[in-house]
Design a protein around this ligand. Structure first.
Ligand code: DER
Length: 223
C-alpha cells in the first residue's frame, strides 16, 4: 500500500483509539505533519463529541479551524487527556526524533501537558536506533553558529535549515552523520547549550502508544 493509505489507516485508528476518552469538555492535543493532517480530517467525524483542541503549530490550528473544531490557548486548556502526533523516527523504547516540520518546540510543550501521547506513523518511521533521520534543534538566531560549533564537538555535522523561521521566530539546525546511542542523555546535553530552545529528541517523554501503519494492517504497540 502506498504511504498515504498507511497514514490514513493510522489516522482512523487514532480516532477509534480516543473515541471512548472523549467527553463534552475534553480538549485534545494535536501535533503537526502529513500523518496528523489525515488524523484531523478523520477527527471531523467526532466533531461535537468534544470541546476542541490545542494545536502545536499555526498550520495545525488552521486545519482544525477549517473543519469547525474550536482551538484553545494552552494556558486555558490545562492538562490534556491525550496528545496525538507523528514522528520522523520512533524506536523500541518509544523515544522519537521529531521536528521534520519545524514545530518541535510547541509539539514538546503540548505533549508535556497531556496524560497520554499517541504516536501515529507509517512503518518506515519505526527504527532500531535513532539518528538515521537528521536531528532538528530550534535555536535563537544569534546563537546559531555557537550551537553549530558545540554540535561538531559532539560528533555531528550541523546544517542550518535555510529560509525556515519557526512559529516562535527562531531557526533550525539539523544534525547529520551520527546514530544516537543514549537518547535521554543527548536530549539533556543539547538542552544545556546556550542558545538552544529545544531539540527534536523526545526520549525523556516518549510516546505511550504507537499506532504503526504496515502492509499487514495497523499495529497497536505499547512500551
Ligand atoms: O515535525 C514533526 O515532528 C512531525 O510530527 C513529523 O515528525 C511527522 O511528519 P509526517 O507525518 O509528515 O511524516
Amino acid at each position: 500500500q502506498d504511504q498515504s493509505k498507511l497514514k490514513q489507516a493510522v489516522a482512523q485508528a487514532a480516532v477509534e483509539e480516543i473515541r471512548s476518552d472523549l467527553a463534552r469538555d475534553t480538549i485534545l492535543g494535536v501535533g503537526s505533519g502529513s500523518t496528523v493532517n489525515c488524523f484531523i480530517e478523520a477527527l471531523a467525524a467526532l466533531r461535537g463529541d468534544f470541546a476542541g483542541a490545542v494545536a502545536s503549530s499555526t498550520e495545525t490550528e488552521r486545519r482544525l479551524k477549517a473543519i469547525g473544531i474550536e482551538v484553545f490557548d494552552l494556558n486555558q486548556a490545562g492538562t490534556l487527556s491525550v496528545y496525538v502526533d507523528g514522528a520522523d523516527e520512533i524506536d523500541g523504547d518509544f523515544a522519537m526524533i521529531k521536528g521534520g516540520g519545524a514545530a518541535l518546540t510547541r509539539e514538546k510543550i503540548v505533549a508535556a501537558c497531556a496524560r497520554r501521547f499517541v504516536c501515529i506513523a507509517d512503518g518506515s518511521k519505526h527504527v532500531r536506533q535513532l539518528g538515521g533521520f537528521p536531528l532538528p534543534i530550534e535555536v535563537i538566531p544569534m546563537a546559531r553558529s555557537h550551537v553549530a560549533r558545540e554540535m561538531v564537538k559532539l560528533g555531528f555535522s550541523p546544517v542550518y535549515r535555510q529560509g525556515v523561521v519557526t512559529d516562535n521566530g527562531n531557526q533550525i539546525i539539523d544534525l547529520y552523520d551520527q546514530l544516537i546511542d543514549d537518547a535521554r542523555d543527548l536530549e539533556t546535553r543539547i538542552n544545556q547549550i546556550a542558545g538552544v530552545v529545544s531539540n527534536g529528541l523526545f526520549a525523556h517523554r516518549g510516546a505511550d502508544l504507537l499506532l504503526l501503519g504496515t502492509a499487514e494492517g495497523v499495529q497497536r504497540l505499547t512500551p
